[in-house]
Design a protein. Structure first.
Length: 170
């Protein structure tokens, strides 16, 4: 959570954003370890800065609904609350992301946060292929080379191996 706070501080001067990022990263970490991030919420909230703990506890509570948000859903509190609500009230990656989008407002932000969390919970195989087959990233300076989803996954794996000091697989 400490690393997540430092990363958020690079672009956001508000401690609320740091804490929201820390919570999201912790929930993703728990999910990637194979545990239910919703059951980790109490311990995660205990690690939140005291000035922000109560506000996050409100939007992450099991009975909270995005209709109860007091700010635009692009703000950190309702954005994270909406993502957790979408995860809590659906059974699949696709349904969670669709629920987030259906809320309206700052849909790209809320769906991105929801997608990160739901992806950690449901796995990358749960992302509909029709959503990833159109994914493409032009590679700057490559003479027009475009990376598709499978190549992006491979690149991420090689970068992770390099970061960990392991030799990349060919």
């Amino acid at each position: 959570m400490s690393a997540a706070r430092r990363i958020a501080a690079l672009t956001h001067g508000d401690r609320a954003a740091w804490e929201g990022t820390a919570i999201l990263h912790e929930l993703i970490r728990v999910a990637l370890l194979g545990h239910d991030p919703l059951t980790a919420l109490p311990d995660t909230l205990d690690a939140v800065h005291p000035d922000h703990r109560a506000r996050y506890a409100t939007v992450l509570a099991g009975d909270w609904h995005p209709d109860r948000a007091t700010e635009f859903n692009g703000a950190v509190w309702p954005c994270l609350g909406s993502a957790v609500w979408a995860l809590r009230t659906t059974d699949s990656y696709e349904d969670a992301v669709r629920a987030a989008i259906d809320l309206g407002g700052d849909t790209d932000t809320v769906a991105a946060v929801t997608g990160a969390l739901a992806g950690a919970v449901h796995g990358d195989g749960s992302i509909p292929e029709r959503w990833t087959e159109v994914l493409h990233v032009p590679l700057p300076g490559s003479g027009g080379r475009v990376l598709r989803a499978a190549e992006l996954v491979d690149l991420a794996g090689r970068l992770t191996e390099r970061r960990s000091g392991r030799q990349p697989t060919p």
